[in-house]
Design a protein around this ligand. Structure first.
Ligand code: NAD
Ligand code: UDP
Ligand code: UDP
Length: 320
């Protein structure tokens, strides 16, 4: 039952000061809902939510999801978790705690409130995939003890918890496997390939390709991703996921590097550095389920999305 009048809902977003969470907030406020953002500002920044503080339907709470949380809401989007390799490897124990304890607390909250809860899972649950593209019924190829494991296994355990709360307590769950997403408000120093290449190009530093640059990723623009996330939350209760949401256009890292150089007009050099451990060789979503169940497919091409992202990073530079 809605806690507010009409179709307006009060919605909790954990990790709401981060890259994806702040865009999701903007969209939900535009749709007329109330948003409570819970974030410990580990990787999120006040800059991402500065424009929201005076908004009458927005509230920020500084809180760590590893600890219990008592609020009254209609829906929960659970996004709290550092997402880039350098951030999640900075304090790997805390990363696993955030995924696992955070999931338990948010599921406990959803159970008490009998409300829907969406988990921001990841294509990393497929690890270094042996099947290409990756369909949702592929169980993955994940190293349980490597440098990426704190994130990958934490997210896998969170998925397990979501499905056990669903089976055991009849909870309404939505598990979304997000593939590489980029756009304005990415952290300029998060070490992810899109932010690294753009910042390097804008500052005239060499662009750093790890390995030979033949590894692939499929990059989804943030607006498309947020649309998929809201459609999943609003889908029939029978749609639990897991469901892949990502752009199936696949690029090598070398191709991405060339695109960034072209669209920034930068004269930066390109250098080759060693490939990090367990770096997946290829990644591309099988997105048939998202199309059939959510009628969702991405609309922003990589070049167009990069132009908007480059514009944002220029603004960050000018306002640093
Ligand atoms: P982000 O780092 O910008 O946002 C994560 C937010 O969670 C930050 O604001 C951070 O401060 C907050 N946070 C971290 N630990 C917390 C804790 N213990 N308690 C409260 N808040 C905490 O990352 P993002 O790219 O916006 O990712 C959001 C979610 O989507 C993450 O769960 C991530 O795993 C998932 N995801 C993102 C991508 C992507 O390409 N961006 C891909 C797959 C999955
Ligand atoms: N929890 C919370 N907010 C709530 C309800 C529960 O943070 O409104 C936390 C609570 O601290 C508990 C966790 O969610 O540790 C799991 O709750 P659940 O009811 O599943 O388990 P139990 O309380 O029986 O351990
Ligand atoms: N990468 C790169 N140069 C960089 C940063 C990343 O070549 O400066 C590579 C990285 O090795 C990986 C790909 O780009 O193969 C995507 O990396 P990112 O950290 O963005 O995401 P993930 O590996 O989690 O998909």
């Amino acid at each position: 039952m809605a806690r507010l009048y009409g179709s307006r809902k009060r919605i909790l977003i954990t990790g709401g000061a981060g890259f994806l969470g702040s865009h999701l907030t903007d969209r939900l406020l535009d749709l007329g809902h109330e948003v409570i953002c819970v974030d410990n500002l580990f990787t999120g920044t006040k800059r991402n939510i500065d424009h929201l503080h005076r908004h009458p339907r927005y509230e920020f709470m500084r809180h760590d999801v590893c600890f219990p949380l008592y609020v009254e809401v209609d829906e929960i989007y659970n996004l709290a978790c550092p997402a880039s390799p350098i951030h999640y490897q900075h304090d790997p124990v805390q990363t696993t705690k955030t995924s696992v304890h955070g999931a338990i607390n948010m599921l406990g909250l959803a159970k008490r409130l009998k409300c829907k809860i969406l988990q921001a899972s990841t294509s990393e649950v497929y690890g270094d995939p042996a099947i290409h593209p990756q369909p949702e019924d592929y169980w993955g190829n994940v190293n349980p003890i490597g440098l990426r494991s704190c994130y990958d296994e934490g997210k896998r355990c969170a998925e397990t918890l979501f499905f056990d709360y669903h089976r055991q307590h009849n909870l309404k769950i939505k598990v979304m496997r997000i593939f590489n997403t980029y756009g304005p408000r990415m952290h300029p120093n998060d070490g992810r390939v899109v932010s690294n290449f753009i910042m390097q190009a804008l500052t005239g530093e060499p662009l750093t390709i790890y390995g030979e640059g033949k590894q692939t990723r499929s990059f989804c623009y943030v607006d498309d991703l947020v649309e998929g996330m809201i459609r999943l939350m609003d889908s029939e209760d029978s749609v639990t996921g897991p469901i892949n949401v990502g752009n199936p256009d696949e690029f090598t890292i070398k191709e991405l590097c060339e695109l960034v150089l072209t669209h920034t007009g930068s004269a930066s050099k390109v250098i080759y550095l060693p490939l990090p451990d367990d770096d997946p060789k290829q990644r591309k979503p099988d997105s048939k389920l998202a199309l059939s169940l959510l009628n969702w497919s991405p609309s922003v091409e990589l070049a167009a999305g990069l132009v908007r992202t480059i514009e944002y990073f220029r603004w960050v530079q000018a306002n640093a």
